[in-house]
Write a protein that binds this ligand. Structure first.
Ligand code: XIL
Length: 298
């Protein structure tokens, strides 16, 4: 293939990008997007603060625009995300206990029902584990409703959209470490008890090096019987940027249950990481050496 989407498809994978609808009138952005990618994820438009700005009042306009653009261009859609400690609407930040739990599960049900049949994979829960050596849950208002909030969210999502793959998504899980092992133990427990989970997302916001056991970590999750996905890839530009992108690509291809790769933006200037120049296209939309490294690896 001569594009990321074609080359990935030949390997049975998708190659996606995070998008913002506020860039949909930028013709350079759109031509790169439509040429190179066959999966989209909303960078912000499907988060809780965007979709339920006041309690029980839902706003799907921007998310629907992303879904319809994807459908018109032969792209699948990753849903990101249903529950997260960040980017909650103010009204939810002020809730606790059973009131928050009920609001959270209702949010999952309403949003997954609205997009039913249109989402390849949902990030049902995002970033629920703590950094560092504990391997435990992150403290948050959601966690304080009870340790079972994650499985309650997955069950609600399955009931609302039975055909979407349901993922747990996190960062700093780029090798075998305490955090990734905590998540691994949760997935193993969910599989053993029949809690519906289909995939684990590895955000892969990377710096100037990559863990030597990146692939082995993906493989140990796949061996639990879930798909793995690279969901938010970006890499600090430095001497190693192209090599790190190639290593991530090679690792996904080497794991048969690795369904695809999503980069967290299109051009360097579209990136939330600004000055890191962390993406595959420069600000003018030109292909970088990191792009060539990915394409040659696919
Ligand atoms: C980021 C977006 O890129 C920014 O535009 C926004 O201001 C903050 O969130 N992990 C995630 C993503 O799961 O949702 C985050 O996206 C980046 C880190």
């Amino acid at each position: 293939g001569t594009t990321l989407r074609a080359a990935a498809a030949e390997k049975g994978r998708y190659f996606g990008a995070a998008v913002g609808t506020y860039k949909f009138n930028d013709s350079t952005y759109m031509s790169v997007l439509n040429r190179e990618f066959n999966s989209l994820v909303a960078e912000n438009e499907m988060k809780w603060d965007a979709t339920e700005p006041s309690r029980g009042s839902f706003n799907y306009g921007s998310g629907d625009r992303i879904v319809s653009h994807a459908r018109a261009n032969g792209m699948s859609v990753r849903g990101h995300n249903l529950l997260w400690h960040a980017q909650q609407p103010g009204w939810a930040q002020g809730l606790s206990g059973s009131d928050l739990r009920n609001a959270a599960i209702n949010h999952v049900t309403q949003v997954a029902t609205h997009f039913r049949g249109q989402i390849h994979s949902w990030d049902v829960v995002n970033e629920a584990f703590a950094d560092g050596g504990s391997g435990g849950r992150r403290d948050s208002n959601l966690q304080r409703t009870g340790n079972d909030w994650i499985e309650a969210a997955f069950r609600a999502a399955r009931a609302a959209d039975p055909n979407a793959k349901l993922c747990y998504n996190d960062y700093n899980t780029d090798g075998i470490n305490a955090k990734s092992t905590g998540i691994y133990n949760m997935v193993r427990d969910f599989k053993s008890r029949g809690v519906p989970i289909d995939c684990v997302g590895f955000q892969s916001h990377l710096g100037t090096s990559i863990s030597g056991d990146y692939q082995a970590n993906l493989q140990r999750f796949a061996d639990l019987g879930v798909d793995v996905q690279i969901t938010e890839l970006d890499v600090t530009q430095g001497g190693n940027q192209a090599n790190i992108y190639a290593t991530v690509t090679r690792s996904c291809l080497a794991v048969s249950r690795c369904a695809g790769i999503t980069v967290w933006g299109v051009r360097d200037c579209d990136s939330w990481r600004g000055g890191d120049n962390a993406l595959l296209f420069d600000c003018s939309g030109n292909k970088k050496s990191a792009y060539t490294a990915v394409l040659d690896t696919l």
